[in-house]
Write a protein that binds this ligand. Structure first.
Ligand SMILES: [Zn+2]
Length: 266
């Protein structure tokens, strides 16, 4: 079911990890960001769009992780974009034999049979300088940064006051640092600064996983994420509700412990 979150912006929530697919109305069809996870959910989204007389004009993947790269034939054969870094990484990872098995090994066993792999990762690099989505609709700014993943981008739909944060600014998941960079802590703090620079214009923040936040929420989540990352940097245990007794997901404390261990080994 599509739920309105701002003027001309709707989300479709997956049962997998509260993943948010985002639909932005355009003049010649919608922009679909991080389309969804399960086959029946993607089909449901396609049906909801058809029922409301909408077609998909373009897609965007916020970053090159499997749960942000999925698609469904019923959504149409339209341009699907990512940042140039994301498109390059996906091309490398999904080339050669055996990529389906490699990707399948990253997907929880309980849902892997419900995840449609056929159109996974079929994204192309944004044209030009990569700072705008090329589509017939309101201006969507691409805020690329290296924090959670190579080629990760948040999208700012400025005239709707909407920030689509990708896997940043979640109320359920702590910052998940990209293990591939030379300075994951510095990269993450830099990305939070980048998002903070636009947060004053944001009325609605939509994380890749978790609940949609209202006015003031972007700043609060940036502060919480920064405190978490600074605690990691300083070797302190973060005081963070996402890994405490009220954690939304019981595996997030383990994820946190794993990050602490990996950082200690660097
Ligand atoms: Zn991710």
């Amino acid at each position: 079911m599509l739920e309105p979150v701002a003027d001309g912006v709707r989300v479709h929530v997956s049962e997998f990890c509260s993943s948010n697919a985002v639909v932005v109305d355009g003049r010649g069809g919608v922009l679909l960001i991080d389309a969804g996870i399960l086959d029946e959910e993607l089909a449901c989204l396609a049906r909801d769009l058809e029922d409301s007389g909408r077609t998909v004009a373009a897609g965007f993947s916020t970053h090159p992780h499997w749960d942000h790269l999925l698609w469904h034939a019923r959504l149409g054969d339209v341009p699907r974009y990512g940042t140039a870094h994301a498109a390059e990484l996906v091309r490398t990872r999904l080339s050669g034999p055996g990529w389906e098995a490699r990707v399948a090994s990253m997907i929880p066993a309980g849902i892997v049979h419900r995840v449609p792999m056929a159109l996974l990762g079929d994204i192309t690099a944004l044209p030009g300088d990569g700072t705008r989505i090329p589509w017939n609709g309101t201006e969507v700014r691409v805020l690329e940064h290296r924090a959670h993943a190579t080629g990760h981008a948040a999208l700012l739909v400025a005239d709707r006051g909407v920030l689509v944060a990708g896997d940043m600014l979640s109320d359920a998941l702590v910052p998940m640092l990209d293990g591939m960079g030379a300075d994951p802590i510095g990269d993450y703090l830099g990305a939070l600064d980048l998002l903070e620079a636009v947060a004053g214009d944001v009325d609605v923040v939509i994380p890749g996983h978790g609940s949609v936040g209202g006015r003031g929420c972007a700043q609060k989540r940036i502060a919480l994420d920064r405190a978490y990352v600074e605690a990691l940097r300083d070797g302190r245990e973060p005081d963070d509700p996402r890994i405490g007794a009220s954690a939304v997901y019981d595996w997030v404390p383990d994820l946190h412990a794993g990050q602490v261990e990996r950082l200690a080994q660097r």
